[in-house]
Design a protein around this ligand. Structure first.
Ligand code: ZN
Length: 246
């Protein structure tokens, strides 16, 4: 994998993951459901975002090694990345950056400047669905994500959350588009897995009070964010953090 993932501190190898879990168990932590984790600060609920291909083998390993129950872990699945031909994900930017394809990026996003910060690039890319077709001509995203059969297999081991249709900032979309993202992704996964999807994992953790309200009205019971600074009601918004390896 590209060094960019490591630099962003959002990636653990399976050995690092085992080490983190073993250490937590040694320190008296338990692994449990979201509700158990809300009400007990010695209980951990594990989550994995984006439905990467390796997540199914990670899930199988965790089941085998720790015998975690179904409710201990949630995997968030993005509809486009798992089920559609054209993708929309951060990995596309990483791939272009890694191959130093600055000119391609400038062309795709119609950028004039030579100095593009990753943060800016992300903002342009994730604020709309308009670049999907174009960027897919430049990158190869085959075998990055779990396919339909693998998502079904994963859902038999652990709980599944919606990670929307498109991996866009929900706060950048129109109210109608935001509503569709929340509603259709829930319906798609619930039908596919024959089980009501009750968790929305906001892409890049991006959300607002309005988005929370719509999510609740649509029947979501929890909204996953990340490094959230807001003091939101703990009962709905689950503010996650990425554990550091020792
Ligand atoms: Zn994501």
């Amino acid at each position: 994998m590209s060094d960019i993932y490591r630099e962003r501190g959002m990636l653990h190898t399976i050995e690092e993951l085992f080490c983190l879990i073993d250490t937590a168990i040694m320190e008296g932590y338990k692994f449990g459901s979201i509700n158990e984790a809300i009400h007990c600060n010695k209980t951990v609920h594990l989550t994995f975002d984006d439905g990467y291909k390796e997540h199914l083998s990670v899930a199988k390993e965790l089941k085998k090694r720790y015998d975690f129950s179904y409710n201990c872990i949630t995997f968030a699945i993005n509809i486009r990345n798992s089920f559609y031909e054209d993708k929309l994900c951060m990995d596309m930017l990483y791939q272009l950056i890694d191959k130093r394809r600055l000119n391609d990026m400038k062309k795709i996003f119609n950028i004039k400047s030579n100095n593009i910060e990753l943060k800016e690039l992300k903002k342009i890319f994730f604020s709309t669905t308009q670049y999907i077709e174009e960027i897919n001509k430049y990158v190869d995203m085959q075998n990055y994500f779990l396919d339909k059969e693998e998502v079904i297999a994963l859902s038999k081991l652990f709980s599944i959350a919606s990670h929307c249709i498109n991996h866009c900032y929900l706060t950048s979309l129109s109210d109608d588009d935001m509503y569709i993202e929340l509603k259709v992704s829930k319906a798609y996964l619930s039908t596919l897995l024959n089980k009501e999807i009750e968790i929305i994992c906001y892409p890049e953790g991006n959300h607002s009070n309005v988005i929370n309200k719509v999510s609740k009205e649509l029947g979501y019971k929890f909204g996953f964010s990340i490094f959230s600074k807001d003091r939101e009601p703990k009962e709905f918004n689950i503010n996650r953090s990425i554990p550091k390896c020792i």
